[in-house]
Design a protein around this ligand. Structure first.
Ligand code: HEC
Length: 110
């Protein structure tokens, strides 16, 4: 009885520890929108929107390279509302450009 208990302890604890660590990482991602923005959202804009709205071109007066942190994003909710609208309306990115993750955009707006 005791022997079985000991075996399962050594077998399960690394797995259990791994799960706990994964959960903590998940929590941390939610607790740090700035990190999520820099690591997940910003790269999307860089690859899909910077061609026309980046450091060199500001099509339609829109540029994204100035948004370097989540704070700057939340400072201009109206701007990002427009962004969400054009993205949802399938106006941006323009046809031919790669499609991207709507879910992540939604996450950020929330
Ligand atoms: C191939 C070039 C190109 C790419 C790539 C591109 N855009 Fe645009 N965008 C334009 C042009 C041109 C305009 C201005 C013309 C217009 O308003 O229709 C514009 C305008 C906009 C506007 C202002 C619209 C308005 O009604 O005021 C927003 C917001 C926008 N783009 C968001 C994005 C987002 C977000 C992405 C990336 C997912 C993106 N764009 C990718 C060319 C591009």
């Amino acid at each position: 009885m005791l022997a079985v208990y000991r075996t399962s302890q050594t077998f399960f604890s690394p797995l259990f520890t791994g799960l706990v660590v994964l959960c903590l990482i998940g929590l941390e991602m939610h607790a740090e929108p700035d990190k999520v923005f820099k690591e997940e959202i910003k790269p999307l804009f860089e690859s899909f929107c910077f061609k026309c709205h980046g450091p060199e071109k500001h099509k339609g007066g829109v540029r994204y390279d100035t948004f370097t942190s989540y704070d700057k994003v939340t400072a201009e909710p109206d701007f990002w509302k427009t962004v969400l609208e054009v993205v949802m309306a399938d106006e941006m990115p323009p046809e031919g450009a790669e499609q991207w993750s709507y879910g992540q955009r939604q996450d950020m707006m929330n």
